[in-house]
Design a protein around this ligand. Sequence first.
Ligand code: CP
Length: 324
Amino acid sequence: MNAFAGQHMLSLKQFGREDLELLFEATDEVGRELAKGQVHRNLDGKVLMSAFFDKSTRTRLSHETAMLRLGGTVSGFADAAVTRATGKVRESSEDVFRMLALYGDVIVTRHPITGEPARAAEAIEGALLINAGDGSGEHPTQALVDLYTMRQRFGHIDGLSVVFVNDLRMRCTRSLLRGLRNYDCKVSCVATLGMGLDPLLRAEMEGAGHSITFHDDLIGVLPEADVVYSSPTVIAELKEDAVARRAAGELPLSRDLLEAVAKDTVVVLHPLPRGEELPTEVDDTPYNGYFQQAANGVTLRMALLRLMFGRLCGADGCAATGRH
Ligand code: CP
């Protein structure tokens, strides 16, 4: 069953393991089509509306590229300052989203206020909505890309040891942890000082039977890691004298540290943009999974858009599978 058909994409809490596997298989199919240069452009006529109230490079452009590659078109804004959402005659957020739903078939929105995409989804009719990151809430499509990249790299997600480092308050961490609940993984956390996991999220994970171990230094857990998930550290928030200006412990992620203690097969993932927590010296190593992760952003979002519109493609061609 296609649980994505006709549904908004707001949180990783909405979907279970079978749903994720359907999406990943659909993403594999998109990858094969792209490799052959024979993409089924089965979203011809659909319009994607970008509504970005906060900055983005990857999320907006990969969603737009995904829609264009599937034969649809894109419109919208990357800066709310050019709309009536700001300024002297400022209209309500609900009205902005109602307008977008009149013009487009799917709205992709990023908003600095946690929960705003969910409120927008309640306000609209006739269009689907994708949460492209809301405040400290969730970034569900990023987590889907992250999980897909792990599966692509290892062939499976069950059994992996995943180490989260740096600023664990990030919305991509929240979504990825919720996604990992569908799998049997060992999860460890190494937070930069003052940037630990939300205690409510920890309780949510443990309440669902998924224990997390916490560590002061990366070097203690790196030898067993299959995946190191590094996230941007908001350095500006650190106190001037904080020891933790060095990300995640005395020995932050580096090429030397990876070569000294990590498995040869470990992969470093990072949603980007990066700061000093992910040195460029790691780029030219087999540990670098983050550029593939960014590339997967288009492939997975193509598959997701197809599924949301009820279009499933396989070797036999495309079939309608749901309400849209
Ligand atoms: N990964 C991510 O969300 O990147 P952007 O902020 O550039 O969209």
